[in-house]
Structures are given as C-alpha cells and as structure tokens.
Design a protein around this ligand. Structure first.
Ligand SMILES: Cc1cc2nc3c(=O)[nH]c(=O)nc-3n(C[C@H](O)[C@H](O)[C@H](O)COP(=O)(O)OP(=O)(O)OC[C@H]3O[C@@H](n4cnc5c(N)ncnc54)[C@H](O)[C@@H]3O)c2cc1C
Length: 235
C-alpha cells in the first residue's frame, strides 16, 4: 500500500467537510453556541456549532473579529506572538553544472541562507536549486520585487556554482511573511501552559503547544483540544 501524507490526503477522507476559499472573518459566541462567519463567493456564510476548535495562526487570528472579545490575557498573547520569517527562491536550471564540478548542490552560506537541490534524485538533465533564507535575509528578499529577487538569487548561485547562470531557465519564490494565510513561517513562542479555552472556543496550532514552529506542536495541540471538548460534561 502507498501512503500519501498530505493535507489533501486528509481532506479526501473527509468528503464534503473541508470547505475551501472561505476565509473566516468573524467568530461569535453566547450561552447557546458558537458561530463562525466566512466570506464565500462574495457573500457571508455562517456556520453554527456547540464548540469551536480554532487553529488559525495568531498572526491571522488577530485580524478576525471576535465577539465578545477574548480575555485580556489571551488578547495580549494573540497580539504579541511573533512569527519567523522565511523566503524560498526556486531556480530551474537546464543542466546540473554543479554536479559535473563535484558539488551536490547543497550548501550553507553566511547570509544566512541554505541552498538545497531537491531534484537531486529525480531523473533528467534539469535541476532546481532552492535558496532557503531565514530571519533578516528572508525579509530583505521579501522586500524585493520578484524579478529582482530571482536575479539576486541567481547572482548568489553563480558565485557558489560558477557556470550555473547560463543554464537558468525560469524561477519562482515564496515569502511566508507575505502569505495572507500565515503572515509568517512559524510561531516563535509556545503558550501551551498559559491559555485556557475562551468559553466555547478552544485554540489550537503550533503557537499553543510545547513545540512551536513544528508540525509536532500542531498535532500535540489538536490532541489537547480534542480531549478538552470530549471531557466537557464528563469531567
Ligand atoms: C518553509 C517552512 C518550513 C517548515 N519546515 C518544517 C519542518 O521541516 N518540520 C516541521 O515540523 N515543521 C516545519 N514547518 C512548520 C510547520 O509548517 C508549522 O509548525 C505547522 O504548519 C503549524 O501548523 P498549524 O496547524 O498550527 O498552522 P498552519 O499549518 O499554518 O495551518 C493554519 C491553516 O489556517 C488556514 N487559514 C489561515 N487564515 C484563515 C482564515 N482567515 N480562514 C480560514 N482558514 C485560514 C491556513 O490556510 C492554514 O491551512 C515549516 C514551516 C515553513 C513555513
């Protein structure tokens, strides 16, 4: 059996339950239940439930209207959570010139930047080199218009792997600071010890776990909130 681990594989197992292109814009609760308002196909759609697990990154949650507002403590944590910056630039090269020079295409530079060659085990002549920048360098890349970002990265690759430039075909990039669904790469602090449910709303995500910035943290928080809700009425 072939296992596929991806969000899309999860979604396939939940037919009709995952709704795309419907950003949450408002969350409200009262004694009777909780409601989530989404923007969908130009209109607002409301979903009602007894309880809500909210796994939005805090960087996004702080833009969502919450009624009544969370407690002062939770509001402060949501507002002040900082997120790491990451930018990745992908360059497609016609040939893997670096391999003919004895390099495998992986490197760490002083910028600080990592260089990856994710196509190293794929057949064919072409190769993709990836610049993986964090922190301040990621923000510098994010501030550049995409064509400048690509040519800047190509310059860096040429210095690392002389002769690579003439084989460049095309490129693309992703800067997580500019991604509207994350507004940053990963949560930099863990608040697993200090956040209680806000009424009917249970907060999840790597930012409310003991392993912020890791998928493991997101799973850990999912496990915790599932127990919190299961235990309601039995505890
Ligand atoms: C470049 C990069 C490399 C990484 N490498 C690793 C690694 O090697 N190992 C590792 O363990 N972790 C890694 N991480 C971190 C990992 O991706 C996160 O820790 C993890 O995804 C956090 O899970 P989460 O469910 O809390 O949040 P997310 O995965 O960010 O999920 C939040 C979800 O909310 C959705 N959303 C956002 N806004 C709205 C809205 N308004 N309405 C509805 N939905 C919305 C988003 O689309 C997203 O699906 C990496 C992250 C990045 C960016």
């Amino acid at each position: 059996m072939v296992w596929t681990f991806s969000p899309k594989a999860f979604a396939k197992r939940l037919p009709g339950k995952v709704i795309y292109k419907a950003p949450v814009v408002r969350i409200e609760q009262d004694a009777g239940g909780v409601r989530v308002v989404c923007r969908r196909e130009g209109a607002h759609q409301t979903f009602s439930a007894d309880y809500l697990i909210c796994a939005l990154p805090f960087s996004v949650l702080r833009e969502v209207e919450i009624s009544p507002p969370f407690s002062a403590k939770t509001r402060a944590i949501v507002a002040e959570m900082t997120y790491g910056s990451v930018s990745r630039v992908f360059l497609q090269m016609k040939t893997r010139t670096w391999e003919t020079q004895g390099w495998n295409g992986f490197a760490v530079t002083d910028d600080p930047m990592e260089v990856w060659h994710p196509t190293h085990n794929q057949p064919g002549l072409r190769g993709i080199l990836v610049a993986y920048a964090c922190h301040g360098y990621a923000r510098r890349l994010a501030a550049m218009p995409e064509p400048v970002r690509l040519s800047h990265t190509l310059d860096r690759m040429e210095r690392l792997f002389p002769g690579a430039r003439p084989t460049y075909e095309t490129g693309t990039s992703h800067c997580w600071d500019d991604d509207p669904w994350t507004r940053g790469a990963w949560a930099e602090q863990s608040h697993w010890w200090g956040l209680s449910p806000e009424g009917r709303i249970h907060l999840a995500g790597d930012c409310v776990s003991s392993h912020s910035s890791w998928m493991q943290g997101a799973f850990e928080s999912a496990w915790r909130v599932a127990h919190e809700i299961n235990d309601i009425g039995t505890g």
